[in-house]
Design a binder for this molecule. Structure first.
Ligand code: PEP
Ligand code: MG
Length: 751
């Protein structure tokens, strides 16, 4: 194959396939393969290095280096030329290896006499499994044809490894997807769960990477591509005129599906002896490697589109649709690159946990997971390449950690933690019907946040005194079209029915920023969190808000109604929103609808400016609910969606507490009801401090009510207030440590 002709290449692949078909242990196969490659490429050396663990490569077979070095020579990613190929995922071709940057002399291999070096990553779907190397004494640069031919061989090796062809004796030859792997991701929703992997998009198994007849494979490819193009066209035809983002993605699909160069590259791989599936996968693998290296977010998205399209093509070619025949385990942990809320809702509450490679804390999937109180870990990098359907998996949503195929010691430690949490859960259930009254007799009302129908059963089970925040936008976000007024009436009426007389604070549509409706034209803003969102949209284009207000009035049907506006930044915005409510009440009355028995109109306080609004604003608002998620991001100028800065400023920072204190004082002066409904209300220590600052109404996710109530009932709020005051006077940045220290003494006293 030194001349790189296609037929030579096909011959080699044919011989590799025969080796795969032969009986024999994995090591013997690998030895034979290195021999075949060296012979076919007329090189002095051919070696295969495979990952022994996630960091270390091991020489597993060689033709030409000293045999004693096999299973002894090891290097870490980035170390030596082999480590460099593994680290970059890119080929390295040099005629003078010893003079090349990064070269490391390994005396046990005897490789110092070989001048030229060509190393290629052995990759499957972007996951690097090892490195394939050829070396020669003669100083020469391998031709492009030779590099290309070896790339095809590396692809076949990767498929063989995936099929378990090298499994046998020797630790380095353990089957893939069997070792324990830990992923450090980010918390999307707290909680722990144990279960078995259920891949949202199961990986396609390429049973035969090598094919004899390129013409047959090309014809198969053509048929599959035609089917693919047709399905993309159909998807495009089904789009509504407003589906701008989906259209953009599908247009990108269409462009790739019609791309001659994509097709040509796949066909060239087939000419070299790969089956159509393996050729598509080789292209996909290389696109994934590029994807990790592209800094431009837009281009990365397009490479993602190409990746999705390749998956579709592979599924068509291999006949392995989503219905692979695999049975969903009884305790499924969903593993996906990303997932939309609608798809997630289809799985229902059967899921034990969710692990995503991407996602964000504020994503819609995260919102659904939170509503279901299902542990969610996001940013678990590369888990899809590693996980197989049915693998045991443990998810620690508190720490953002995932253990795939965990070792025994991890399993038992994890189960201990789960048992402790289950104990605590029992305690919380026993507290369900008792109020959150502190030791000094102060009652803190605990409400729940809701937004999905899935939340309704929690009204009973959590012991919430009502709904402090109903995020109406969730009903808009989980659909792919605008809900109709009649549907909204239905939904809101069901919420009020479930509340059974308890208070429900409906927040009008809070869209914009991270909450983008798939069917509404997204405005391209440099700073969406500070942009045209929430009440700003409602006042400028009141159509949807008015429709929503009408639906709320009709749903209340004579019952009390509570409405609040999101993201109000100044008095006038509140006044204008309130006027809209009155106008709709008049209109509904004129139309003959029954009006609510009583209407309370309040607002979220999410911008520091509103804390300093005129006294008349506080007097006019029936109630105020502090939206700490946004208030904190604007107060500290730290994006709540940005992992780099999200946790940089503590909620118990003295300055932030001063702001909260000021808002509470102003509400008290005006006799206005005040509550706190950001995520922090659900964290026991934060909740305790808020209560001590005078907030006697907290709204949180239902699962947090138990832990918060349990702590509140054990403390004397006046003492907490003293601890906070002393800490603030001492000039600390955050009062957290002082409060924690004080709590520890309470624990020791057994109270
Ligand atoms: C908040 O900002 O604190 C809040 C409760 O609203 P959301 O999280 O929906 O923006
Ligand atoms: Mg908000």
């Amino acid at each position: 194959m030194a001349d790189g002709t296609e037929s030579e290449s096909r011959k080699l692949l044919g011989r590799l396939r025969d080796t795969l078909a032969e009986e024999g242990a994995g090591q013997a196969r690998l030895d034979k393969i290195t021999h075949l490659i060296a012979d076919s490429m007329r090189t002095d050396v051919c070696s295969v290095y495979l990952f022994r663990d996630s960091e270390t490569l091991e020489l597993c077979a060689t033709q030409g280096l000293k045999p004693e070095a096999v299973h002894k020579t090891r290097m870490r990613i980035g170390e030596g030329l082999v480590g460099r190929v593994a680290g970059t995922g890119r080929p390295l071709n040099t005629e003078n290896a010893p003079a090349t940057r990064g070269f490391r002399y390994m005396p046990e291999t005897g490789e110092e006499v070989f001048s030229s070096f060509l190393g290629l990553p052995v990759q499957r779907l972007g996951e690097t499994l090892g490195v394939l190397v050829v070396q020669s004494k003669e100083a020469r640069r391998y031709s492009d044809d030779e590099v290309y031919a070896l790339e095809v061989v590396a692809m076949v090796l990767a498929e063989m490894a995936e099929l378990g062809a090298f499994v046998g004796e020797g630790a380095a030859l353990r089957a893939l997807h069997q070792q324990a792997v830990m992923y450090q991701g980010t918390t999307g929703q707290e909680g722990t769960a144990e279960g078995h992997v259920w891949l949202h998009e199961p990986r396609v198994v390429v049973a035969n990477p090598v094919a004899d007849d390129p013409e047959v494979e090309k014809a198969r490819l053509q048929v599959a591509i035609d089917t693919l193009r047709l399905s993309v066209d159909e998807m495009l035809n089904r789009l509504e005129p407003g589906d701008k983002d989906q259209r953009e993605v599908l247009e990108a699909y269409k462009m790739f599906a019609n791309s001659r160069s994509w097709m040509r590259r796949i066909e060239a791989d087939i000419d070299r002896g790969l089956s159509a599936e393996a050729a598509v996968e080789k292209e996909q693998s290389q696109a994934r490697t590029r994807m990790e290296q592209v800094p431009d977010a837009y281009l990365r998205e397009r490479l993602h589109d190409l990746d999705d399209l390749s998956n579709r093509l592979l599924r068509i070619l291999s006949g392995q649709g989503k219905e692979t025949g695999a049975e969903m385990p009884a305790d499924p942990v969903l593993v996906a690159r990303n997932i939309g809320p609608a798809e997630l809702l289809e799985y229902g509450r059967t899921l034990k946990a969710i692990v995503l490679e991407e996602g964000s804390v504020g994503s819609h999937a995260a919102i659904v997971a939170r509503a279901w109180a299902i542990p969610l870990v996001i940013h678990a990098k590369n888990i899809i390449a590693e996980a197989l359907n049915g693998d045991p998996i443990m998810v620690d949503g508190d720490q953002g950690v995932v253990h795939l195929r965990p070792e025994e010691s991890v399993v038992s430690a994890f189960r201990d933690k789960m048992a402790m949490m289950a104990e605590a859960q029992k305690r919380y259930v026993s507290l369900r019907d008792v109020p959150a009254v502190t030791k000094d007799g102060q009652h803190v009302e605990l409400y729940m946040n809701a937004g999905l129908m899935a939340d309704l059963p929690s009204m009973e089970s959590s012991g919430a005194e009502g709904v402090g925040l109903f995020r109406t936008e969730l009903q808009f976000l989980i659909r792919n079209r605008m809900p109709k007024r009649g549907e909204l009436v239905n939904i809101y009426a069901r919420v009020l029915d479930a509340a059974n007389g308890r208070r429900v604070q409906f927040r009008t549509l809070d869209i914009g920023s991270d909450k983008v409706l798939p069917y509404m034209k997204a405005s391209d803003e440099p700073n969406p969190a500070l942009g045209w969102r929430a009440i700003r949209v409602g006042l400028d284009k009141p159509g949807v808000m008015r429709m929503q207000l009408q639906a709320l009035i009709r749903a209340a049907k004579g019952r009390p109604l509570t409405i609040m506006f999101p993201m109000v930044a100044q008095f006038d915005e509140f006044r204008a929103g309130r006027d809209h409510v009155y106008r709709e009440l008049e209109r509904e009355y004129a139309l003959g609808h029954v009006l609510p028995e009583r209407v309370e109109i309040g607002t979220m306080l999410e911008t520091p400016s509103l804390a300093y609004a005129p006294r008349q604003f506080y007097e006019m608002a029936d109630f105020i609910s502090i939206g700490g998620n946004d208030l904190k991001q604007f107060f500290f100028a730290a994006d709540r969606e940005n992992e780099r800065v999200r946790r940089r400023y503590d909620t118990l920072n003295s300055s932030f507490l001063s702001l909260i204190e000021r808002i509470v004082e102003r509400c008290d002066e005006a006799g206005t009801d005040v509550s706190f409904c950001g995520e922090d209300a659900g964290r026991p220590v934060e909740a305790l401090c808020f209560a001590a600052m005078g907030l006697k109404k907290l709204s949180m996710r239902p699962a947090s009510i138990g832990p918060v109530k349990s702590l509140l009932r054990r403390v004397d709020l006046t003492e907490v207030r003293d601890v906070i005051s002393t800490a603030r006077e001492s000039g600390v940045q955050s009062v957290r440590q002082s409060v924690m220290d004080w709590l520890a003494t309470q624990g020791r006293n057994g109270s």
